[in-house]
Design a protein around this ligand. Structure first.
Ligand code: C2E
Ligand code: CA
Ligand code: CA
Length: 638
């Protein structure tokens, strides 16, 4: 052994490797106990940590074997050094895989980098073997002299780093800049350490430098600190959790808790709630994770395989919760749901749970299953179809149907008016009724498009009926308060009627009264604006809200539609009868016509006629029918 080389080996101290091993053990402890964002890329980082441990261990063994050259077979020396170097190159290779996954590159996108990395890997591996055999690389001569040969390793390191950074820079838009900078700086720190140890004739700290970028990545990409007070982790982690469980085929049980009072940002839980969250999340399920989705929404999640009695445990938890609940006096909604193959991503579960929360009673809990998921998916499907209808803006969209219910006029003894009622026919569900889709359309901002279509289709049908010689006094169309809020409401209505070339008085607009002061004003303005054109206005569902007679008087409606509930009540009870009858009389006296809705039989009919009815509508005469079939009720003009 040359003098320089001798010091080189004599200088070796296992301290660097022992430190690297210890740091890896710390990482493993953290990974086991802290919540880590287990993205797909995390697997490679974990593998890299294991390979770093292997290289540190074999570096130590190899250096021990150097001291025993001559006493033990040289094979042992070559072998341990081989494993040490192979582990290091594997770490570099894993870094390439990790970066590719983190960047979300597909096979094609990653191919050039893989080819370069593979060439590097093969070349370095071949050099290590051939160099040893040919005597230009590391080898031991017949006298037991150790020759380090050409140091290929630093070149391999630089080469792999170039491949990785080329990949990152090419796709830097997919990456947070801070992460790129951090990793680049830690790699620079690695170079400095390696440079210094060269100057000092050292090799002891090589393995340790591989940990630097691992630090940066764990911190930036995978750390997800617990909320120290409640022990919860963020929504972001929920996504990863669900994705990972899905890819492993793990079944999960989700327990979702929603507290409306804490919804909205910046509201911290009071101490007793924090304690309760900690208590409930740790007492019943040993390996549960609580995800904080929003201020008021938490999801306790377990992998069912790890907790065999999870159902009984959840019941036990609910029982205990109900016992202590009265002392908290906070409204809650709880939903239990097991993994369902139709819900794929974390987001799907969150959207499903929101849907459940929106549609359940306060202070109740539901064990959701197949039926609820089915309903939710139908709901999602309806939303997607409504969105499509809204985007296509086709006034003849065949998914929107106009049904009509003929209305009987007492004065003329004929059916000459009707109410248009919307139906949807969707490819996957068939006919959908308005009590299902109208609230969805209103909540998601699609109602305006539907109203435009139904108005246009109604106008077209009216025109056709008139052209076929039928007498149509008018058809009323239901409008939502959301429609009135549109700036161009009046012009759209006028334009639609005008473009279909029918007189304005053939169309009426049905509106329900509004509690809200701004909407009340808006209704008044809109009616006044359109009234002059000849369009009539109906007040719908009178008797269902907080109807205020005086306020209604302020609104220039033409017809008041008494809801079916008033028709029923008037038949059940003398007091109601006199009340409804008096209301109807009062309306008539101030020149509002009264229409009774929901006339089902002759008794309803007789009673309503006696109570100042001007119009009658209900199943007694006809159920809603496709608008073309009005010809069965309307008469031809002579
Ligand atoms: P609505 O405006 O009060 O319409 C009357 C509802 O009562 C219709 O239900 C009708 O089928 C039903 N009905 C009629 N006669 C009787 C009867 O004798 N007995 C009973 N029990 N019910 C009767 P439909 O068609 O399911 O519509 C439900 C609601 O959906 C409507 O209530 C209306 O608020 C809304 N809607 C329907 N079409 C439209 C539309 O084009 N636009 C908007 N914004 N809302 C609509
Ligand atoms: Ca109506
Ligand atoms: Ca009504």
């Amino acid at each position: 052994m040359t003098q320089a080389l001798l010091t080189y080996y004599e200088n070796f101290t296992p301290v660097g490797d022992i430190l690297a091993l210890a740091a890896c053990i710390v990482f493993i402890i953290l990974i086991r106990h802290a919540y880590i964002n287990r993205t797909k890329s995390f697997f490679y980082l974990k593998s890299a940590i294991i390979m770093i441990m292997a290289s540190a261990l074999f570096d130590i063994i190899y250096h021990i074997s150097v001291q025993y050259i001559g006493k033990i077979p040289v094979f042992v020396n070559y072998f341990t050094r081989g494993i040490y170097h192979f582990a290091l190159y594997s770490v570099l290779w894993l870094f390439v895989l990790y970066t590719k996954t983190l960047l979300g590159l597909d096979r094609k996108g990653a191919r050039p980098y893989f080819i370069f990395a593979a060439i590097g890997f093969i070349f370095v591996g071949a050099f290590e073997i051939v160099g040893t055999i040919a005597g230009i690389g590391y080898h031991i001569d017949e006298n037991g002299g150790v020759h380090s040969g050409f140091p290929i390793y630093p070149f391999a390191y630089v080469y792999f780093m170039i491949v990785i950074f080329a990949m990152v820079l090419r796709h830097q838009h997919r990456f947070v800049r801070m992460v790129i900078l951090s990793v680049a700086e830690t790699v620079a720190a690695s170079f400095i350490v390696m440079g210094i140890q060269r100057l000092c004739n050292q090799t002891s700290f090589t393995v340790a430098t591989f940990l630097f970028p691992v630090f940066a990545l764990l911190y930036h990409v995978h750390s997800n600190p617990y909320d120290i007070e409640t022990g919860t982790v963020s929504e972001h982690a929920f996504e990863d959790f669900v994705e990972l469980a899905g890819s492993k085929g793990e079944n999960c049980y989700f327990m979702s808790m929603y507290m409306h009072d804490f919804e909205g940002k910046g509201r911290k839980y009071p101490r007793r709630i924090q304690q309760a969250v900690r208590y409930f999340s740790t007492k019943f399920f040993k390996s549960a994770t609580v995800f904080q989705i929003s201020g008021g929404h938490m999801i306790l999640t377990v992998e069912t395989r790890k907790i065999p009695g999870y159902m009984e445990r959840s019941q036990w938890m609910i029982d205990e919760f109900l016992k202590v609940y009265p002392q908290y006096r906070i409204d809650y909604k709880i939903v239990f749901i097991e993994s369902d193959s139709r819900l794929v991503k974390g987001n799907d579960y969150i959207a499903f749970l929101h849907y459940m929360h929106d549609n359940m009673e306060k202070n109740s809990f539901i064990r959701a299953g197949n039926k609820e998921v089915e309903t939710y998916l139908t709901h999602q499907y309806i939303i997607s179809e409504l969105k499509d209808i809204c985007e296509k803006k086709d006034p003849d969209d065949s998914r929107v149907l106009v049904y009509c219910q003929p209305v009987y006029s007492i004065k003329t003894g004929k059916f000459d008016t009707a109410e248009s009622l919307m139906r949807l026919v969707l490819p996957k569900t068939g006919m959908v009724f308005p009590d299902i889709f109208i609230p969805i359309a209103e909540r998601n901002g699609y109602i305006g498009s539907l109203t435009k279509i139904i108005l246009s289709k109604t106008c077209k049908a009216v025109k056709k009926l008139i052209e076929s010689g039928y007498y149509v006094k008018r058809i009323s169309v239901n409008f939502s308060v959301y429609d009135l809020r549109e700036e161009d409401f009046c012009s759209v209505v006028e334009e639609t009627i005008r473009s279909n070339d029918i007189p304005f008085e053939k169309i009426a607009i049905e509106l329900t009264e509004s509690q809200n002061e701004a909407d009340f004003k808006l209704i008044k303005e809109r009616i006044n604006e359109l009234k002059g054109s000849g369009i009539k206005f109906y007040l719908d569902d009178f008797g269902t809200g907080y109807s205020n007679f005086e306020r209604i008087m302020e609104l220039p409606f033409d017809i008041v539609k008494f809801d079916r509930s008033l028709v029923i009540a008037s038949g059940n009870d003398e007091r109601y009868h006199s009340m409804v009858s008096n209301l109807a009389r009062m309306f008539r006296e101030v020149h509002y016509s009264v229409l009774y809705e929901g006339i089902e039989d002759e008794a309803d009919e007789a009673r309503c006629i006696e109570m100042d009815a001007r119009y009658l509508q209900g199943y007694k005469y006809s159920k809603p029918i496709p608008i073309e079939r009005l010809t069965e009720y309307f008469e031809k003009t002579s």
